[in-house]
Write a protein that binds this ligand. Structure first.
Ligand code: OAD
Length: 252
């Protein structure tokens, strides 16, 4: 870990050893070592079938051409499905499933499902999950493994209306229950660890701010400086897959 600022890392380890209620908040950067490109690092930019990413992934496209939206998300899901969780995802899952902390709440902006694949449970997925479909009428939620590949759009098994990908698109609001739960947990934690997010997308980026305002210690893990850096207590400069296993799993 040559690029890491060792002193900050050591301070972070000490803080962790005294923390009971921990909230880990992740973004695209935690999946970098799994080969999933970040958004602002170029992963989100681009064109598919002559259409810009922002247009394909928009609420408007759901109304205009739902089969095309499915084609696009089936393609993206295919790419993500070839990826595997990395040491960062596994370290979080291991800490969550151990008795190191009284509670470890995991909130993510990622839709790739890699936290779940690593063994984490009760993941609060603020932007949805690319492996799920949701009914346009009754909100019934199903994994695509249950729905199958044959019909696009898939038909809801409850009310027989069409289903859409269960992801938050440009121009859409986040799931209110998920957001409120994340805010509540942020207000109640004593340590908030922010991993691999540029922290520019509202309202998810309120989570570390709420935690800080309510008295929690905030640690950021990111190889780059972000909009959050100036307001956190400790900023560990490093890759999630390298920093997290030592930070979360091994005690001081
Ligand atoms: P971004 O692409 O904005 O930021 C990724 C962050 O990860 C950057 O700050 C990188 O420096 C950092 N990073 C890169 N490699 C890393 C590594 N190996 N370890 C740790 N950090 C690393 O992605 P997000 O902040 O997740 O929303 O973007 C938030 C939201 O913007 C996304 O969820 C998406 C997008 O609009 C929706 O799709 C609704």
């Amino acid at each position: 870990m040559e690029s890491m600022n060792q002193e900050e890392f050591e301070r972070a380890k000490i803080i962790l050893s005294g923390s009971k209620k921990v909230l880990v908040f992740t973004g695209a950067g935690i999946s970098t070592e799994s080969g999933v490109p970040t958004f602002r690092g170029g992963g989100g930019a681009g064109v598919w079938r002559g259409m810009p990413f922002e247009q394909l992934s928009s609420a408007e496209m759901i109304e205009r051409d739902l089969p095309l939206v499915w084609e696009w998300f089936d393609y993206r899901r295919g790419v993500v499905s070839e990826r595997e969780p990395n040491h960062g995802h596994f370290a979080i899952a291991k800490a969550q499933n151990s008795d190191r902390f009284e509670e470890l709440i995991l909130v993510t902006q990622n839709i790739d499902g890699l936290h779940h694949a690593a063994g984490s449970h009760d993941v609060i997925e603020l932007h949805g999950n690319i492996h799920q479909a949701r009914c346009l009428s009754c909100e019934n939620l199903q994994y695509l493994t249950e729905v199958g590949e044959d019909e696009r759009p898939p038909v809801c098994s409850e009310c027989f209306d069409s289903m859409r990908p269960n992801v938050v698109l440009f121009g859409e609001a986040l799931d209110e229950d998920a957001l409120l739960k994340a805010y509540e947990k942020a207000a109640a934690c004593d340590l908030c660890i922010v991993v691999g997010t540029s922290a520019v997308v509202y309202p998810a980026n309120m989570i570390p701010k709420i935690a800080k305002r309510e008295g929690a210690f905030v640690i950021e893990i990111n190889p780059e400086e972000t909009e959050l850096t100036a307001s956190v207590d400790i900023s560990v400069r490093g890759n999630a897959a390298e920093v997290l296993p030592t930070l979360l799993v091994k005690e001081v």
